[in-house]
Write a new protein. Sequence first.
Length: 415
Amino acid sequence: MLTDRPRDVHVVDAVRTPFGKYGGMLSAARPDDLAAHVVRALVDRAPGLDPARIDDVYLGNANGAGEENRDVARMAVLLAGLPVTVPGVTVNRLCGSGMEAVIQAARAVALGDASVAVAGGVESMSRAPWVLPKPERAFPAGPQTLHSTTLGWRLTNPRMPDEWTVALGEGAELIADRYGITRAQQDAYALASHEKAARARKDGAFDAEVVPYEDDAVGAAARHDECIREDTSLQALGKLRPAFRKAGEARRGSGRPEAGGGTVTAGNSSPLNDGAAALLLMDEQGLRASGCEPLARIRSSAVTGIAPQYFGLGPVEAAGRALEKAGRGFDALRTVELNEAFAAQALGCLAGWPDLDPGLVNPHGGALALGHPLGASGARITGAVAHRLAAAGTGTGLATLCIGVGQGLAVVLER
């Protein structure tokens, strides 16, 4: 029954698989199996919870064109061995899908539609299929074109303006142009992300959230994120060629007398990844029935739109709106997770938040090092904030990320 006053929404637990690199340790794992793994892990880690009490499972997925195509949330419920009475729904807000799932589940709990919900996301970019559009008439005589569904624009509507449909990396270049962000700054940011992630892994900072994955297809258990580069350096990053603009190609729109050529490389961009993440959400009644203790509480959320080519700056306004809804400012934050699609994109967002202490952002590294399996990333960063607030015992945290085609999403959590 819907309530007159929104209920508090508690994050009870948050888990994720290690994130595998494209064609790497998780490439043999189906996305529905990855999703089932994190759903099952949440249930196993809450022994007082009767799985039949889960009112719904919300999972984000950005692709939906491969093995996850038949409502991967419902498939995860069944493969995880939950009662068949537990439903599941899949949502798509591209890179923000995992966070969108958390927001939708939290909304259901807040309004009394659910007392216990699971929310998260999954992506296997390794297993994303090639697609062949249906011909307009039967038996075409000429060659046909396959399109990769791994990442970015495909089968683009010709009515879309060209400036909207640039490659994601070119969008990062445009942000570098706008803010005068240099190649050296991007490489330094990427190196710091790897250094923080390597240190966090060594110190056990991910132990509370990472649940190793193993099945017959994968073989040996995948226990650690695969893309963290402990051995990288500014020298190594500096040797990589620009991936989206040729050397000497003019930079656009900045009005600054800088040298031409691209600045965005494979080293200062997030990699392609496979993985899944999920959170367990409850209201007070759910907490009492299960005997669970919460990590944090979801306070507010916000979504915004921006010109598609500047998608990377979407978090700037989304974070501000979410904090305003929560009645908080940047000075109230204890920890921040900003998904690092590109170093230029992250630096552009930081430039848009002059009141935020950058030292609070991604203390355990970000997607440049940990990876960015599209549908899972929003759930990963939300769960990471919840775990850090629980470890601190008090405070306010922010999780936010950019979204391809021009959107931003943010969640504020408190403990």
